[in-house]
Design a protein around this ligand. Structure first.
Ligand SMILES: [Zn+2]
Length: 250
């Protein structure tokens, strides 16, 4: 306890080392010096100990509620502006998109950065470029063919220079003015990213390839299922979805 680690000599506080590790070890000595510097301005009084947080002039009692409201007010990562937590898609997929946008899915590139030993960092699908999120989900030849088909389906052109997931999401969403169409398109983006990830995993773990038209078919079926069952659009038909003509103004 703190009270066991100091003594007052001539009115001055003297902090004492109480660790098991000998203080003469260089690293420990450095940390002990840093610690004493932090303690230089500490005043000891007889009040009960309590946890305070934040900076000098603005200390307050810690509470989860305060922390939560502070985090809600932060916009630390501008990329998250393209993200929505959309109940039209399953939680697992919302989490996957969130992680993909923040570059937190375990691509080979991401694993190599974390010092995981891999036989190669090249993309599992094309074996040409490093497997990053933006490569795998956007700029890989395979992904490009899939997005081209999706672009024709939803009638939103995607420029060839689109090389990032965030850029693509911003571009596609900027083409939708109606709320329901925006949501439906977001569902399709999510289904496409999820399908590409599954296609990649199927090659990597099972050695099975999926051709582009099959992947596009999977995306249409998956997104149809989500919109029909999760968006309260029970009257939506497969034909309407296949023509993407179900939202007025498209
Ligand atoms: Zn690739």
């Amino acid at each position: 306890m703190v009270q066991h680690r100091y003594s007052i000599i001539n009115g001055n506080i003297s902090w004492e080392w109480g660790g098991d590790t000998p203080v003469h070890q260089t690293e420990v000595a450095e940390q002990w010096d840093d610690c004493r510097k932090l303690l230089q301005n500490v005043e000891i009084n007889n009040k009960l100990d309590r946890w305070l947080w934040k900076q000098e002039d603005d200390r307050e009692e810690f509470s989860v509620c305060n922390l939560r409201s502070e985090l809600d007010g932060m916009r630390m990562i501008p990329e998250t502006q393209v993200l929505k937590w959309l109940c039209w898609i399953p939680k697992k997929i919302n989490c996957f998109i969130w992680r993909a946008v923040l570059d937190r899915i375990p691509t080979r590139d991401a694993l190599a950065i974390r010092n995981i030993q891999l036989p190669s960092v090249l993309c599992v699908l094309c074996n040409i470029c490093n497997e990053s999120v933006d490569h795998l989900l956007i700029s890989c030849q395979y992904a490009q063919l899939v997005w081209t088909a999706i672009s024709l389906w939803v009638k939103i052109p995607i420029p060839r220079y689109m090389l990032s997931l965030v850029g693509l999401m911003e571009h596609i969403q900027s083409h939708c003015s109606l709320q329901d169409k925006k949501k439906a398109v977001y569902v399709i983006i999510a289904a496409t990213c999820w399908t590409l990830w599954r296609v990649r995993n199927n090659v990597f773990f099972n050695g099975k390839t999926t051709n582009v038209s099959r992947a596009v078919g999977d995306i249409k079926a998956l997104s149809f299922l989500w919109v029909k069952s999760r968006a309260g659009k029970k009257e939506l038909s497969w034909k309407e979805w296949g023509e993407f003509s179900c939202f007025k103004g498209i």
